[in-house]
Design a protein around this ligand. Structure first.
Ligand code: ZN
Ligand code: ZN
Length: 268
């Protein structure tokens, strides 16, 4: 039996005798099948070809693959008043990374913004002692490897502590979630929105896409819903989905400007 990992999106699947024909995540119109057709790897094979980058990204301890792999997101360790949260996840787990996390106080829970970053979340939970994985219930059907560790939360908000809140933004996926950390990583707080709001290359704006690789814009109604979902919160920084894709400083104003800019562009 093997647990196939899709080489295009990085999702690990349930143990099977042979890999499925296609990847449900990549066959969806928000993703795409690899240009050479559907290809699969395994955790063991990935460990032979890749290592993990364990580096700070804008001062936050981060984990990603090297060389780049699949969507190439990086996970962040957030030492919050709700405990140490591994925000997002990646396809490879190594002993070195587990030791590095343990030396920083360990991890109390994993929270993932949306299905594109579920990757090897169950593998990570097991390696970290069977910690809970928080996923929005609306995206339940996208979980490809089930585990009793996965906890589905419902509604538009889940407070994890006085300082940490999960906010359902929707739009990109129905359950697309942002994490708001009121007091960190710097004074003024941070927003960790996955792909619900994506930090663009100028790193002074965010944008809103139903599909990023296929350039399908988000509906204005969905963008207005996100705007409402986060209108009450303050944050100084936005941490985007991958290395360096962050807005550091004055990010609340940058996000507000981005809502205006985007809505003006798509509603003409
Ligand atoms: Zn895939
Ligand atoms: Zn995505």
């Amino acid at each position: 039996m093997i647990r196939p990992i899709c080489e295009t999106c990085g999702t690990q699947y349930e143990a099977v005798a042979s890999p499925p024909r296609g990847c449900a995540v990549c066959r969806d119109d928000r993703q795409y099948e690899g240009w050479n057709g559907q290809t699969w790897t395994t955790h063991e094979e990935l460990a032979r070809r890749h290592r993990l980058r364990l580096e700070l990204d804008a001062g936050v301890f981060a984990i990603g693959l090297a060389p780049d792999f699949a969507i190439n997101q990086r996970a962040l360790l957030l030492p919050t008043d709700a405990g140490n949260i591994l925000w997002e996840c990646v396809s490879l787990v190594t002993d070195e990374a587990v030791r590095a996390l343990e030396s920083r106080g360990g991890v109390d829970m994993i929270a993932v913004s949306h299905p594109h970053f579920y990757s090897s979340m169950v593998e990570w939970s097991d390696a970290l002692g069977g910690i809970p994985i928080l996923i929005h219930d609306a995206d339940k059907a996208w979980v490809q490897r089930s585990s009793p560790r996965v906890q589905f939360w419902q509604g538009d908000r889940r407070s994890l502590s006085p300082g940490v809140t999960l906010i359902r933004c929707g739009g990109h996926f129905t359950g697309s979630t942002a994490l708001h950390w009121r007091d960190g990583p710097r004074r003024g707080g941070g927003l960790f929105p996955g792909d619900a709001l994506q930090v663009v290359y100028d790193r002074r704006h965010v944008t809103f896409m139903y599909s990023y690789p296929n350039y399908i814009p988000m509906k204005p109604s969905a963008v207005n819903f996100i705007r409402k979902s986060i209108e009450q919160i303050e944050f100084e920084d936005v941490f985007g989905y991958t290395w360096g894709r962050n807005i550091i400083g004055n990010a609340r104003a940058a996000v507000d400007r981005s809502f205006d800019r985007y809505l003006a562009a798509v509603t003409g």
